[in-house]
Design a protein around this ligand. Structure first.
Ligand SMILES: NC(=O)C1=CN([C@@H]2O[C@H](COP(=O)(O)OP(=O)(O)OC[C@H]3O[C@@H](n4cnc5c(N)ncnc54)[C@H](OP(=O)(O)O)[C@@H]3O)[C@@H](O)[C@H]2O)C=CC1
Ligand SMILES: O=C(O)C1=NCCCC1
Length: 345
């Protein structure tokens, strides 16, 4: 869609991807980021909205802006990239967002992965407030396999414990395949992402049983009880809990970032972005012996379909993306008006 101005029809509006990126870029710059950081965050946020990843699309803008206003994050930080070893790149985000650190380190990371077959990027001193799939999917579009983990803020009770300690700690994976979009999954290790709890509270909806507890540690399906002193549970009991623990170790202990429980934003009212770390592992599957990896992954997809699978992880996003590219990104007219008002302040 190439419309210059959004089409508003009743409660919803349609906006083109580039127009949304431009609007978000202007909002970020106006509210304290450098143009370079704004470009990266705007593209990330518009991509989430385009793909229907609503919990990390424009829903997050008020949180970004209140955080910038609080002084908790440096929206103009210039990351420092270090070539640590043959397969190891490190990036200090310098108390800025994680995505500019990834952008700054990306070329070196890919060069190392292509030469050694595998390389990792350890980002620390960083804030990640977004979906994780935009960090890994582009690698698979270049024929690489990518895995990333990021930890967030204490709000998840480890399986068998009494009180929260872990973050919602997502894991994202992307792999190329011969015929079709890369295979990508991106999932919180909590039973539900914190963003979706906020959305449920805003809409007055209940959570499914088994996702959260209230301030007394009692099971609840009330999202407000979870947000106001309660906590979330890991998905899959001890299994999700173990994965969440792994994310803390890889995203924080290995990178030099904070564990989810190691920072307090109490002195920065309005701060919302976790100050933690992120790990990316990139593999060049062209080193695989025998058949090409992309053909093997295609074969796996073929076999999954053959046993009746109708939906692969990523299919819903790609369907939404195709629709957005055809008719424009559907957003709430009210949300769009709020974004435009942020420029007028
Ligand atoms: N930055 C941060 O610190 C944090 C970010 N997040 C983000 O929150 C977002 C939401 O996470 P979460 O709620 O766990 O995601 P979902 O549970 O909605 O989806 C998880 C994955 O499973 C796929 N999927 C969902 N349902 C099905 C199905 N029925 N069949 C096959 N595949 C399916 C999704 O694909 P599809 O996308 O196509 O639906 C997606 O890849 C993520 O993008 C995550 O990165 C979460 C926690 C912290
Ligand atoms: O949805 C979540 O869970 C989070 N998203 C952004 C960072 C904080 C946790």
């Amino acid at each position: 869609m190439s419309a210059q101005s959004p089409i508003v029809e009743g409660a919803t509006a349609l906006i083109g991807f580039n127009d949304l990126v431009g609007l978000l870029h202007a909002v970020f710059v106006k509210h304290g980021t450098s143009p370079e950081v704004a470009a990266i965050l705007a593209h990330n946020c518009a991509s989430a909205e385009r793909d229907g990843a609503h919990s990390h699309g424009i829903f997050r803008i008020p949180g970004y802006l209140s955080t910038l206003a609080s002084g908790w994050v440096d929206g103009k930080a210039v990351p420092v990239v270090t070539d640590v070893a043959s397969g190891w790149v490190s990036a200090d985000a310098c108390n800025g967002f994680a995505q500019p650190a990834l952008a700054a380190a990306r070329a070196l990371l890919v060069e190392k992965a292509r030469s050694a077959g595998i390389a990792l990027l350890a980002i620390h001193n960083s804030h990640h407030f977004a979906a994780l799939w935009p960090d890994v999917e582009p690698f698979a579009e270049e024929g690489l396999v990518a895995l990333s983990v990021v930890n967030s803020m204490t709000c998840v009770v480890p399986h068998g414990a009494d009180r929260p300690l872990f973050g919602t700690n997502p894991i994202a994976f992307a792999a190329p395949r011969a015929d079709g979009a890369p295979i990508v999954f991106d999932l919180a290790t909590s039973a539900i992402a914190h963003g979706d709890v906020q959305i449920a509270a805003r809409k007055g909806e209940r959570l499914a049983p088994g996702m959260g507890v209230d301030s007394l540690g009692q099971p609840t399906t009330d999202p407000k009880a979870v947000l106001e002193g309660g906590a979330l549970l890991p998905f899959g009991g001890h299994k999700g809990s173990a994965l969440s623990m792994m994310v803390e170790l890889l995203a924080a202990a290995l990178t030099g970032g904070n564990f989810s429980f190691e920072f307090s934003w109490a002195d920065h009212p309005g701060a919302r972005t976790p100050w933690t770390g992120q790990l990316l592992i990139v593999i060049d599957p062209s080193k695989t012996a025998g058949q090409r990896f992309a053909e093997r992954s295609q074969e796996l997809v073929r076999q999954m379909h053959a046993v009746g699978l109708r939906r692969l992880p990523g299919d819903r996003r790609h369907r939404t993306r195709a629709k957005s590219e055809l008719i424009g990104i559907e957003v709430q007219a009210q949300d769009l008006a709020q974004l435009q008002a942020l420029l007028a302040d």
